[in-house]
Design a protein. Structure first.
Length: 223
């Protein structure tokens, strides 16, 4: 089954440039003066439009695109039927909110590649952060921990009291209390990243800085 993702935000935002990709590696890029910039290399696109959504039909303007190849036998009959018009079996499917003008330019089966991006573009990248398993509150929420004095022996990294006591105590642990638990594996958006290089011949995009997630994680790039 493909991974279906919704990359649109709560409020509709006009996006002129968008593409799906995968995190490949990190490197450094030098400018004309010899200054080095840490950078992340992404394998981005091409993506194929799998569905066009308009306000008249779905209530909002958006483009659904497919990225990556998947074996046909691994897709359900319903998914194969949905992707049939676009002419491909995709591993990932994402949706982007765009303007009505952008929707009118594309139809099902059209390809979107890196030709829309240029060096110097400021983009936002969204991907899933690395999963770190079950962690304590010191690592998860940067708690200070307890003192090593005053009789403590094994309590330096404990959370401490989790419930208000006395007159103001509720007698229970309130919802949203910061406590140990699973850390990572969240969708994270990093904004205002600069495009350092565009390599259309290899479908690679080089972006300034580091991005959340492991190598091979699916990323959404918008500008």
């Amino acid at each position: 089954m493909p991974i279906w993702l919704e990359f649109a935000l709560a409020q509709p935002i006009t996006r002129m440039k968008f593409i799906l990709g995968m995190k490949k590696s990190m490197t450094q890029v030098f400018d004309a003066t010899g200054r080095a910039f840490p950078a992340t290399v992404l394998t981005a696109g091409p993506v194929v439009v799998t569905q066009v959504k308009t306000k008249a039909t779905e209530g909002y303007d958006a483009l659904q695109v497919g990225f990556g190849e998947q074996k046909e036998q691994r897709l359900s009959q319903a998914v194969r039927g949905h992707l049939k018009a676009s002419g491909g079996n995709f591993r990932h499917v994402g949706e982007f909110r765009v303007s009505a003008e952008e929707v009118a330019k594309l139809k099902v089966g059209d390809k979107v590649d890196l030709s829309t991006f240029v060096e110097g573009d400021v983009v936002s990248v969204r991907s899933e952060s690395k999963g770190k398993g079950f962690q304590g509150a010191v690592k998860r929420y940067h708690f200070k921990g307890g003192s090593r004095t005053h009789g403590q022996k094994h309590s330096e990294r404990e959370v401490g009291s989790i419930n208000g006591k006395g007159r103001h105590g509720s007698g229970r642990v309130n919802k949203g209390k910061r406590m140990p638990g699973r850390m990572g594996g969240d969708m994270v958006t990093v904004k205002n990243l600069k495009v350092l290089q565009v390599r259309p011949e290899t479908n690679e995009l080089v972006i300034h800085g580091s991005l959340p997630g492991r190598k091979g994680v699916l990323v959404s790039i918008t500008a």
